[in-house]
Design a protein around this ligand. Sequence first.
Ligand code: GLC
Ligand code: CA
Length: 556
Amino acid sequence: MEKRWWKESVVYQIYPRSFKDSNGDGIGDLNGITEKMGYLKELGINVLWLSPVYKSPNDDNGYDISDYQAIMDEFGTMEDFDRMLAAAHENGIKLVMDLVVNHTSDEHPWFVESRKSVDNPYRDYYIWRPAKDGKEPNNWGSCFSGPAWQYDEQTEMYYLHLFSKKQPDLNWDNPKVRQEVFDMMNWWLKKGVDGFRMDVISLISKKPDLPDGPVGINGYASFNEPANGPHVHEYLQEMREKVLNNADTITVGECSGVTLEEAKKYASSDEKELNMVFQFEHMDVDADANNKWTDKKMDLRDMKQVLTKWQKGLEEIAWNSLFWENHDQPRSISRYGNDSKEYHDVSAKMLATCLHMMQGTPYVYQGEELGMTNVPFESIDQFRDLDSINAYHELVEDQKVFTHEEMMRYLRYKSRDNARTPFQWDSSENAGFTTGTPWIMVNPNYKQINAQAQLEDPDSVFHYYQKLIQLRKEKDIIVYGTYDLLLPDSKEIYAYTRTLGEEKLLVVCNFYENETEVEIPEEFRNGRYLICNYKEQQPIGEKVKLRAYESFVIEK
Ligand code: GLC
Ligand code: CA
């Protein structure tokens, strides 16, 4: 397998609005990130992915961009950006920009022009269709509730928006659109950024006839209908030739709706398109078909089946990205671990072990390295995320699919805002995030869970992440070894091996509170512990008893 720096890296994702506020307006900003570069260096990560920092009216917190070559007012200036980039590079950290080009803001000058008239030069930058039988052109739904079409009176036509109506979809079939995007990307590369995380890049190529799809609980087809469309690979290959080959980049495509077969093309080791993709099947093991708002809990066997399918399916052919969290997902400890006081640390460390020992590039989402938890939201007006707010109005008030209590329970479990509350720096007011009023509530548990306390405690979740990241730098087998699942039918234990030549690792994770026992394969019985999430390690014998959420790695 080809060695590559981006295979050997660990990426840290920052959601700038919630990371660190430097000027007391309650909103995180670029100078706040620069201030904390030392913290990131100490953790050991070597790539930073920033959620969007471009000029934006913030309908979807920066994922609606009105100028790709300017910085959002609240986040600072281009000079602040340059200083942050320089600080990252001085600390040996590469910078990945979020590239949001499936859509723009409706306030982007291209769209302002496009909606003016059918013969405007920018008309064909977006996807416009006439009404069909007096209604929307097809049955697609927006990711954020309601139809994916907005009627525009000016020209009496609909435009497509797979996300909010302030996020009109760009028409990638127009070569001018592609060239605009490629020029903009080259401009950022010239500035010195090191790569791109590509927002919903799997959705950019729509079938020309925009066919209806099967409908979900709210009566609309999924926003994912256009996933992996007819020209997506062609367009990404064009991007590779015209942009990405101009620099030594790291690229990851957010590919909602991606299948294994498609991922082999997006992230193929021949490096014609992207380096890796984010797939979401392991985020769906606790969802009902097409509906994430549910009480369903994951069955560990499903999780193992999905992750193993991706580990084995891409082996030698393409490259995996590894993640439990991002700004669109709830906190993993509250979802797949146990956030009670008793098991907080041990279950956070167990989840980290399970993920960081797999093959692929690991991503750590801000606060995950502290075991930050879901948030005890009490009322709907504490939410800021349009996905959560719109879903509440649609499913509770308009369609009465769920009661208020049910929906609040689902939101506390799954809302994206669980991951978007301020980073917990210390035990001072507002968790040390801001001296002003934070734009979204602070998780009340910041006095117990915060960076300062964990930096002082050698046994903290932070230091455990630090150790996992360090081990990956030291051991090729963690990066390049092949993965093989053990005990596929166990309901409690996730165990697998990694193999590189003569070397071998055994990874064992107890996903639950109940104690259990694992048989140690013979070849590991004379091995040694590489890492364990309990201080007292047990002797390695034929069998090892597993304590609550215990996890360890044994080196042959
Ligand atoms: C991606 C982003 C998400 C955003 C959406 C629309 O899924 O991760 O936060 O809302 O795309 O840009
Ligand atoms: Ca600020």
